[in-house]
Design a protein around this ligand. Structure first.
Ligand code: GAR
Length: 207
C-alpha cells in the first residue's frame, strides 16, 4: 500500500459499499488502499468479505445502546485506526452515531454514505422516508461526518427517480447502484487532495 492513503471502513451489515471500495482501491492509480475493516456486528457480511479479500478486520463491541456507541468502543476504534496509520475513515452502513475519541481524532477525515438526498430524510430508513413523503427523486449523499446526524458538508450526491410502483426494496436497490459509484468517487477526490471544506460547502479542485 506504498504511496496510497490508508483508509479504514466501518460497517454494520451486508457490506456492499465496503466491497465497492475494495474493488475501487484495486484499480491502477487509485490513491487509497483499505488498511482495515471494523464492525460492531460479528455476523456482518462485511466481515466475511474482508476475510475473503485478505483485509485485516476487527469486531468492536459498541455496547447495548441502539444507534449509539460506548465511549470505550470509540476509543478502541480510534486506537485501531491510529496504530495502522489510517488517514481516512469511511462509514459504510455503520448504524451508530459516531461520537467520542474516534470523531475527535478523525474530524474532517471521516466520510459517510447516506441513502437519500440530504438534508432530506436523515437518520434511519432514508429510502422509506423518501417513498412515504412522495418525492419524485431521491438518491444518495457522501458527506463529511460532523457531530450531528447526517449533517456534515456534502461531497457528492447522485439522483435516481422514484417510480410509482416502487417499494422500499426496489428504491433501495436503485439507490444502491449509485452508492457504489458515489463512494469510490468521493474517496478518490479526498485521497487525491481535491477537496476543501469552506463552511458548509465542499469545493472540488478539477486541476
Ligand atoms: C446503504 O444503503 C447505506 O447507504 C446505508 O446502509 C446501507 C448499507 O449497505 N446507510 C445508512 O442508512 C446510514 N444511516 P451495505 O452494508 O451493503 O453497504
Amino acid at each position: 500500500m506504498k504511496d496510497k492513503m490508508k483508509i479504514a471502513v466501518i460497517a454494520s451489515g451486508r457490506g456492499s459499499n465496503f466491497m465497492a471500495l475494495v474493488k475501487a482501491c484495486r484499480k491502477d492509480g487509485f490513491p487509497a488502499g483499505i488498511a482495515l475493516l471494523i464492525t460492531d456486528n460479528p455476523d456482518a457480511g462485511a466481515l466475511e468479505s474482508a476475510r475473503k479479500n485478505g483485509i485485516e478486520s476487527f469486531v468492536v463491541d459498541c455496547g447495548p445502546g441502539r444507534g449509539s456507541m460506548s465511549a470505550e468502543s470509540s476509543s478502541e476504534m480510534r486506537r485501531l485506526c491510529v496504530e495502522r496509520g489510517v488517514e481516512l475513515v469511511c462509514l459504510a452502513g455503520f448504524m451508530r452515531i459516531v461520537r467520542g475519541d474516534l470523531l475527535d481524532a478523525y474530524g474532517g477525515r471521516m466520510l459517510n454514505i447516506h441513502p437519500a438526498l440530504l438534508p432530506s430524510f436523515k437518520g434511519l430508513h432514508g429510502q422509506k422516508q423518501a417513498l412515504d413523503y412522495g418525492v419524485r427523486y431521491s438518491g444518495c449523499t457522501v458527506h463529511f461526518v460532523d457531530p450531528g446526524v447526517d449533517t456534515g458538508p456534502i461531497i457528492i450526491q447522485k439522483v435516481v427517480p422514484v417510480m410509482q410502483d416502487d417499494t422500499e426494496e426496489s428504491l433501495s436497490e436503485r439507490i444502491l447502484v449509485e452508492e457504489h459509484k458515489a463512494y469510490p468517487e468521493a474517496v478518490r477526490l479526498y485521497a487525491g487532495g481535491k477537496l476543501k471544506i469552506e463552511g458548509r460547502r465542499v469545493l472540488i479542485s478539477y486541476e
